[in-house]
Ligand binder design. Sequence first.
Ligand code: OAD
Length: 238
Amino acid sequence: MRDIRNIVVLTGAGISAESGVATFRGPDGLWEGHRVEDVATPEAFERDPALVQGFYDARRAKLGTVEPNAAHEALARLDVEWPGELLIVTQNVDDLHERAGAKRVLHMHGELKSAWCLACDGRIPWEQTLADGPTCAACGESGRLRPDIVWFGEIPYRMDEIDEALGRADLFVSIGTSGAVYPAAGFVQTARYVGARTLEMNLEPSQASPFFDESRMGRAGELVPAWVDELLSGGGAE
Ligand code: OAD
């Protein structure tokens, strides 16, 4: 097996579950009481902007009540200590990787703490509510800011960078994602194609489990710190 130098980590809602952030596909199939298509599509925003803005305003406000958990902290430690390339690609729109101290993070589905101005196309850091139609500091237009979130039917961010990193990867690790949403669900196959070793950590088998060399089942807060310890002490790198 080749030496591990370049690592791509993909994270999903499961890594933030132990912090108290709801996953997308709960047992009832609803996301915080809503059907995904009622709050996470451009059509939903056109139909009922107040509902969608209010939904994301509530998610943004909730961020102030949650903290990174042991899994975010372990990845932040990996970021500091790993001498090779590392890219943490997250599908999550929370800021828990950053708050744990990770720097090499890419939010492919956008961020709650960012707003996108439909008037000037600018993206600006955002902490407050959007439902009240605030003014864009860049262009001065009011009521044209939307959540900077990639909704279903929209193209995820920075796919070129992700593809390049996957193309160089020696190890691909997927944590807490159901493997139901493309293109992220297909990263494991790209990684396999370039000969990377592939590891999944999830509470239960995911739709993508059959594609991984190894699947570890359990809570991210326990599995991820153990894996980072193993990797930094030289295990898994031979
Ligand atoms: P999901 O809610 O679909 O899946 C979360 C996964 O995490 C499931 O497989 C759970 O079994 C697992 N899980 C839950 N708790 C866990 C824990 N403590 N430790 C480890 N694993 C745990 O979320 P995602 O796969 O992230 O997209 O969803 C992908 C995308 O679909 C989201 O980014 C979002 C959504 O609709 C957009 O909004 C565009």
